[in-house]
Design a protein around this ligand. Structure first.
Ligand code: BES
Ligand code: MN
Ligand code: ZN
Length: 481
């Protein structure tokens, strides 16, 4: 799918040959002298159409435009939220096998956040997963033209949004794949494929190398599965090698049945999404290749299944992490923190400017924040503030959660340095406190995306979050051009 931005108004958009023209009409709309403007004025006067968000009017081959279908859409104040909502339903109404070229026209000068909303809403509504269908019916839309009279003002935002979509779609693809089509080995191959892109390299470690590193915590999770673990190291080198990198660590549990502390059967299929953090790291690297910022980024992915066999780790087992800290595994279903802690220790060798881990870590975070905002934990004020702000501009929000020492009380045990389980109350925070023990050497933040990485129900599928937030944050680190 190809996105293009043109600086034209209604008159120009009307002459574009396309399968559908969606006209976004905000309350600031001022009619020009062209025929489409005249038509708009008529529909508004007659009351058949209003600029209120959610209002729309569909037309077939109107004389005033070259498009097959024209949808007039009210977007109220023209805010991102209104534009997104209105556009989602408009695209759904024109989405058909014939929708190859789409034009989205702002009838009044576009706001930056609205332009971003257009790009992501079109991408989200037309994305279709096909990999494991025998008769794939993929996206037919190949060309999206966005028009506004102030295109030069919004071009940077537009380009960034398009770069983010490319990455987020890779994230969706890998997160959506069932576990038997997204094993640790296949995930590593996907990372290696990214190394074909400029400035990206990739290294993959297997069980032997990981054992040599002493990643006893990661290995304890992997030992219950017949699928061999993989430790994936991605590098994006966009700046001088001397520049400290940002390290992203993605939880890569390709299937989480809970281990011996097994999960209930209902909705267990959704635990194929438990590598969404890893998939978001892959997506970020895809976006970096598109946007080419002058920064250095490292991606670390501990990938394995959390399964049950005769060698599976048992509740009460004590393992030694790469950091040297011993961990009592009280619940084998709290496996995310066990794979992440060794990856965090591994991150030390890069002397990072900051480390951000991304994980579908706790059901408690879903209860706390639902599917709207990801949970954000940060050990350092500036990092927390920057990530929060990035989420706001990317329309991929998160919310700051606390890290008081008192929340770590529940992790105390008589049999090891730390337990992998706190109480049920404040579960998302206890998990973060566990991770924090492995982050002394660098500024650290943790994004719990258990609620935001995928949708359940009839719209079941990956969201591609938080690629937008992460890319937006990384772009702020690049020197201004
Ligand atoms: N992958 C899950 C977290 C999860 C649960 C994500 C539901 C999305 C929806 C994680 O590995 C897990 O099982 N966490 C446990 C931790 C508990 C045993 C301390 C949880 O949240 O129940
Ligand atoms: Mn689990
Ligand atoms: Zn998990």
């Amino acid at each position: 799918m190809n996105f293009e931005l043109k600086s034209i108004g209604l008159e120009g958009a009307a002459t574009e040959k396309c399968d559908a023209l969606i006209v976004l009409v905000s309350q600031d709309f001022k009619a020009g002298k062209d025929d489409l403007s005249a038509l708009l004025v008529q529909t508004l006067k007659s009351g058949d159409f209003e600029t209120k968000a959610g209002k729309s009017l569909s037309l077939y081959r109107p004389a005033q435009a070259s498009a097959t279908r024209v949808v007039l859409v009210g977007v109220g104040s023209g805010s991102a939220r209104d534009v997104r909502g209105a556009l989602m339903s408009a695209v759904a109404s024109v989405k058909s096998s014939a929708l190859k070229k789409l034009v989205v026209c702002f009838a009044a000068p576009a706001r930056e956040d609205a332009v971003r909303a257009v790009v992501t809403a079109v991408a989200d509504t037309t994305y279709t997963y096909t990999t494991t269908k025998s008769k794939p019916e993929g996206r037919v839309l190949t060309k999206v033209l966005v028009t506004t009279t102030n295109a030069s003002e919004v071009k940077n935002t537009f380009d960034r949004a398009v770069g983010i979509v490319v990455g987020a779609e890779l994230t969706k693809e890998w997160a959506n794949r069932p576990a038997n089509h997204a094993t640790p080995t296949l995930l590593a191959e996907a990372a290696q494929a990214l190394a074909e892109l400029p400035k990206i390299s990739c290294e993959v470690l297997g069980p032997k190398e990981v054992a040599k590193l002493g990643m006893g915590s990661f290995m304890a999770v992997a030992q219950g599965s017949d699928q061999p673990l993989r430790f994936i190291i991605l590098k994006y080198t966009g700046a001088a090698k001397t520049q400290a990198p940002t390290v992203l660590v993605g939880k890569g549990i390709t299937f989480d049945c809970g281990g011996i502390s097994i999960k209930p059967a209902a909705e267990m299929d959704e635990m194929k999404f438990d590598m969404s953090g890893a998939a978001s790291v892959l997506g970020v690297f895809r976006s970096l290749a598109a946007l080419k910022p002058a920064i250095n980024v490292i991606g670390l992915i501990p990938a394995c299944e959390n399964m049950v066999n005769g060698r599976a780790v048992k509740p009460g087992d004590v393992v030694t992490s790469m950091s040297g800290q011993t961990i009592e595994i009280l619940n084998t279903d709290a496996e995310g923190r066990l794979v992440l802690c060794d990856a965090l220790t591994y991150a030390e060798r890069f002397k990072p400017a900051a480390v951000v881990d991304i994980a579908t870590l706790t059901g408690a975070c879903v209860i706390a924040l639902g599917g709207v905002r990801s949970g954000l934990f940060a050990s350092q004020e500036a990092l927390g503030t920057a990530l929060f702000a990035a989420g706001e501009s990317a329309q991929d929000g998160c919310w700051r959660m606390p890290l008081d020492e008192d929340y770590a009380e529940g992790l105390k045990t008589n049999f090891a340095d730390v337990a992998n389980l706190g109480g049920r109350a404040g579960g998302a925070i206890a998990a973060a406190k566990f991770l924090q023990r492995f982050t002394d050497k660098f500024p650290w933040a943790h994004l719990d995306i258990a609620g935001t990485a995928w949708k359940s129900g009839s719209a079941k599928g990956a969201t591609g979050r938080p690629v937008g937030l992460l890319v937006e944050y990384l772009m702020t680190l690049a020197p201004a051009k």
